[in-house]
Design a binder for this molecule. Structure first.
Ligand code: ADP
Ligand code: 5GP
Length: 231
């Protein structure tokens, strides 16, 4: 959602039927977890309910899963295509995860940030670290944990979209991924999906209200102080 200009709110013309909107910077919401903990499910729920959030569609060299739509879930590309994008600086961050390459196209993110729109990133800890280094002020990062390793394993099987071999690789990598939990702003345990989802929604709501993101607040407060009440 593009913020509206600050002038209507600073001129004293606000009425109860026109809500005050304070212009702010867009935020970059990063969700990471070991595979199967539920971050894509949480991300999907958020995107369905929050129209002002858009997803960053990554490029990947992995095989498309049966349920995935090219261009919606990922841009599925070849290794040479990936290498070309990476080497020409078209990726904001990239990583090798579970034996495949993944990366975030730079252009849509820069356009969203310039417009003050919010973006959601479903990326691993390596990507989260790269974004933190480049755009620290705009990042809100959340790490999603499974309640138990047994439940993680059964979710990977229940998803039923990967081969036994792929599931085994992902499980074997999960402890090393979980070890990065301290690098995130928030950590939530996805035991009950609704509870976890509500926690993520609360984080987004509060982060959107942070003073340092709301650059329009200065003009708003200046207008407020200078305003002469009309009886
Ligand atoms: P990730 O994106 O972290 O790899 P997914 O979102 O694909 O994980 O979730 C893996 C599987 O677990 C899916 O089948 C999903 O429906 C299921 N799942 C997600 N969260 C929960 C939960 N809280 N309780 C039970 N099953 C869940
Ligand atoms: P999956 O194959 O299950 O879709 O994703 C495997 C892992 O790669 C997940 O941890 C996911 O968050 C991560 N991933 C997906 N896209 C990107 C990306 O663009 N960059 C990075 N660094 N990781 C990604």
């Amino acid at each position: 959602m593009s913020p509206t200009p600050s002038s209507p709110q600073t001129s004293g013309s606000t009425t109860s039927s026109t809500p005050t909107v304070i212009p702010r910077r867009g935020l970059m919401l990063v969700l990471s977890s070991p595979s199967g903990a539920g971050k894509s499910t949480i991300a999907r729920n958020l995107l369905e309910r929050d129209r002002s959030l858009e997803i960053s569609v990554s490029v990947t060299t992995r095989q498309r899963r049966p349920s995935e739509i090219a261009g919606t879930h990922y841009h599925f590309i070849s290794i040479p295509q990936f290498e070309r994008m990476r080497d020409s600086g078209e990726l904001l961050e990239w990583a090798e995860v579970h034996g495949n390459f993944y990366g975030t196209p730079r252009e849509p993110v820069e356009a969203a940030m310039a417009d003050g729109r919010d973006m959601l990133f479903d990326i691993d800890w390596q990507g989260a670290l790269q974004l933190q280094e480049k755009m620290k002020a705009d990042i809100v990062s959340i790490f999603v944990l499974p309640p138990t390793m047994t439940e993680l394993q059964s979710r990977l099987h229940r998803r039923a979209e990967d081969s036994e071999e792929v599931i085994a690789t992902r499980l074997a990598n999960s402890r090393a991924e979980i070890a990065h939990w301290r690098e995130y702003d928030y950590v939530i345990v996805n035991d009950d999906l609704n509870t976890a989802f509500e926690a993520v929604q609360s984080i987004v709501r509060a982060e959107r209200l942070r003073r340092d993101r709301r650059h329009g607040m200065f003009d708003f407060v200046t207008g407020l102080i200078e305003e002469t009440p009309v009886l």
